[in-house]
Design a binder for this molecule. Structure first.
Ligand SMILES: Nc1ncnc2c1ncn2[C@@H]1O[C@H](COP(=O)(O)OP(=O)(O)O)[C@@H](O)[C@H]1O
Ligand SMILES: [Mg+2]
Length: 363
């Protein structure tokens, strides 16, 4: 088992910079996720680590061992793909034994290791089935067993759950996480699904256009996004346009149209500087218009535009100036106190949870 270090890895396809000067330190035994929208370079970066793609700049290490230039089959990586890549004409057992056969492991050991690995992914009893006799979830387990049976130094998974239905996806991600923890295997996992990334990872690298925008633990990228891209991509965020206005009574104020909003900081911006203001829907609560605003909070009047009742939570859309609306989510809502469309209310939020990003902050 080894950690993985990337130093300034860059990969171009003609004019396009698919991976742009990426440096990452992935710890031994860590579950590390590359998260970002489609086309941001996740697969290309993973393929550089696997050795399927040659990067033109940068260095890649597994532990102390530099692996650039070493062919894939000598890097000792286990790889799981989105489309399973299971051989259709081979039984489950033969699929799993395939990599061992290629490595000329003696037959009795092949059988024993296949048996152990299939038990690990809970496929015992299905050894002699053919892939077309398996469900999507079982097929993906075969693919995972095939990657693990060779006892790889690192496990690389590229959107392994995206062909499964929503319920199975949630089940399987839990299983993958438990398996990874039991084996303690250093894992790089690729997904475009932010909820999956938050739920499964030790740390996440958020990517955009070939660049890593932020690396952090799930709660860090969710509660301390470094820029407006991360704030907008992870979770749901109300993103408003405004400008830095003034510092008054110990508070920073931004103007958003004609409405003044208390914000956490202005990042050194002079009055008039354009800002993105981001507030999570769950950071805002709804109160009656005459309710006092607690210390450290900001209140702004608005009216309910839309109500969506979802059982465990109520989603409100609240209009607070001519054409600006905010999404507010309210948990454990008492059904007797659900607000109605048209009702005048006050939105209250802790000022520290109104983040600001300068519009010129893009790297
Ligand atoms: N073999 C290739 N030739 C040319 N362009 C490619 C190739 N592979 C990927 N790209 C481009 O590189 C960018 C990153 O792609 P990819 O790594 O597949 O993104 P992701 O996995 O995040 O969706 C995209 O713009 C994609 O079109
Ligand atoms: Mg991809």
């Amino acid at each position: 088992m080894a950690g993985i270090s990337l130093h300034g890895v860059t990969k171009r396809f003609g004019e396009l910079i698919a991976v742009n000067n990426v440096s990452l330190e992935i710890q031994k035994g860590e579950f590390f996720t590359l998260l970002g929208p489609s086309g941001c370079g996740k697969t290309t970066l993973l393929r550089c680590v696997a050795g399927f793609v040659d990067h033109e700049q940068g260095r890649i290490f597994f532990g102390q061992r530099r692996v650039d230039g070493i062919p894939t089959h000598k890097r000792n990586v286990g790889m799981v793909f989105q489309n399973y890549a299971v051989f259709p004409h081979l039984s489950v057992q033969d699929n799993v034994k395939y990599g061992l056969k290629a490595r000329k492991i003696p037959v009795p050991e092949q059988v024993e290791r296949a048996r152990r690995t299939l038990a690990l992914v809970r496929l015992e009893g299905l050894e002699h089935r053919l892939p077309n006799q398996l469900s999507g979830g079982q097929l993906q387990r075969v693919a995972i067993a095939r990657a693990l049976v060779i006892e790889p130094e690192v496990l690389l998974m590229d959107e392994p759950l995206s062909n499964l239905d929503a319920k199975l996806r949630v089940e399987m991600r839990g299983e993958i996480r438990i398996l990874q923890q039991e084996m303690g295997i250093t894992t790089i996992y690729v997904t475009h699904d932010q909820e999956e990334a938050l739920s499964i990872s030790d740390r996440i690298a958020v990517m955009d256009q070939g660049i890593v925008r932020q690396v952090g633990k799930p709660w860090e990228v969710y509660t301390k996004p470094r820029d407006s891209f991360v704030a907008g991509f992870i979770g749901t965020t109300n993103m408003l346009r405004g400008e830095a206005a003034e510092f008054r009574e110990g508070m920073f104020i931004a103007k958003c149209g004609r409405v003044a909003l208390g914000i956490s900081q202005v990042n050194g911006a002079d009055p008039g500087t354009p800002l993105h203001i981001a507030i999570r829907p769950e950071a805002i609560s709804i109160a009656d218009p005459d309710e006092p605003v607690p210390e450290g909070h900001w209140g702004v009047e608005g009216s309910i535009v839309r109500v969506e009742y979802l059982g465990s939570m109520v989603k409100y859309e609240v209009g607070f100036s001519e054409d600006v609306t905010l999404l507010v989510t309210s948990y454990n809502a008492d059904p007797r106190h659900i607000r109605k469309v048209g009702e005048r209310i006050e939105l209250i939020y802790p000022i520290e949870r109104a983040w600001t990003f300068r519009e010129d902050e893009r790297l």
